[in-house]
Design a protein around this ligand. Structure first.
Ligand SMILES: [Fe+2]
Ligand SMILES: [Fe+2]
Length: 325
């Protein structure tokens, strides 16, 4: 058989039809790179608490008391993400529970991290460990841990849910199970490994502030799993951050994605060419490789909480951070 350097277009068509029949693909038969590029879906976005809160409170008009309370969430929706989540890798939802409402116990493969925002009397039970949540408290619900939650207080409560279901869904491992009705629930006191009270996190942040200042983040504390010493979940890390009054951080870009919540204070974050002016309660997203820097324009320290996919990127060797010149 003689080799020819070029085949006719018709011969290529016949060859490609044979490939298709054999379940094969020749990426070089089409123009463009061998690995198709994928533009960043997550866009820079700011959600304002003064718009969120009234809409959250109104949501209880549509899902009545004791029915559907566990479904009464509003998700932060990034305009660039087809699945209508805060980012391609991070899902952030706001849960609104009226007094007396209880969500039925269940478990699922995605992990959830709850960060309490407003109100008194909320609790989450994780694998039988009941955690009462005050504003600023954080509770981890690992993958496949049984959990339920409710509001025993006299006023509505609001918390923030951070979920990794976009990653789990990409890996085609989504599962969900309701708690069997014939099984007796066992309740015990909160486990120190899943419950991170505000008092402890804030005290650790204050003591870190006495020791160091990071040029890109000022004072940044990562919540750690008390058993492994690593990030809260392999997919998601959570951070508490203080920007001191007058602080303007240096800009950098990171290959990870972050969703921020402003606990208190006023300031702005520049993300690429956008300037996001934020105040208490607001949320904003910093997409992968977006150049960003934070500034506190208030007279008090600003406190930011963030959920980031940084641990996942580190685990697969893709995390990098580059200072901007
Ligand atoms: Fe759940
Ligand atoms: Fe950063």
């Amino acid at each position: 058989m003689t080799m020819r350097a070029t085949q006719t277009a018709k011969e290529l068509d016949i060859y490609c039809a044979q490939l298709e029949a054999a379940g094969l693909d020749a990426p070089w038969s089409r123009p463009g790179p061998l690995i198709p590029p994928k533009p960043t879906a997550a866009q820079v976005h700011l959600w304002r608490w003064r718009e969120i809160e009234p809409l959250l409170r109104e949501s209880s008009d549509f899902l009545s008391l004791h029915r559907g309370a566990e479904r009464r969430v509003l998700r932060l929706r990034n305009p660039g993400v087809p699945e209508r989540t805060a980012a391609h890798s991070l899902v952030v939802a706001l849960q609104y529970l009226l007094p007396g409402e209880v969500a039925p116990a269940h478990r699922h493969s995605p992990s959830a991290i709850r960060f309490m925002l407003r109100g008194e009397g909320a609790y989450t039970t994780v694998d039988g460990q009941r955690c009462a949540m005050q504003p600023g408290d954080l509770v981890v619900t690992p993958s496949m841990a049984w959990h339920d939650h409710g509001n025993t207080g006299a006023q509505p409560v609001i918390w923030m849910d951070i979920l990794d279901w976009q990653v789990v869904r990409f890996l085609e491992n989504l599962t969900y199970e309701a708690y069997p009705e014939d099984r007796q629930a066992e309740i015990s006191s909160p486990g120190p490994d899943l419950f991170h009270p505000w008092s402890e996190a804030y005290a650790a942040l204050l003591s870190l502030a006495e020791k160091e200042s990071d040029p890109f983040d000022d004072v940044l504390l990562e919540y750690t799993d008390s058993v492994s010493g690593g990030s809260l979940r392999p997919t998601v890390g959570c951070y508490l951050q203080m920007l001191r009054s007058g602080m303007q951080t240096r800009a950098h870009s990171e290959s990870s994605c972050a969703v921020y919540h402003v606990i208190s204070g006023n300031g702005f974050t520049t993300v690429n060419d956008d300037r996001l002016e934020w105040e208490a309660g607001d949320f904003f997203v910093v997409p992968p490789m977006a150049r960003h820097a934070h500034a506190n324009t208030g007279s008090e320290p600003a406190l930011l909480f963030s959920a980031q996919d940084r641990p996942l990127l580190k685990a697969v060797g893709l995390y990098r951070a580059e200072p901007s010149l």
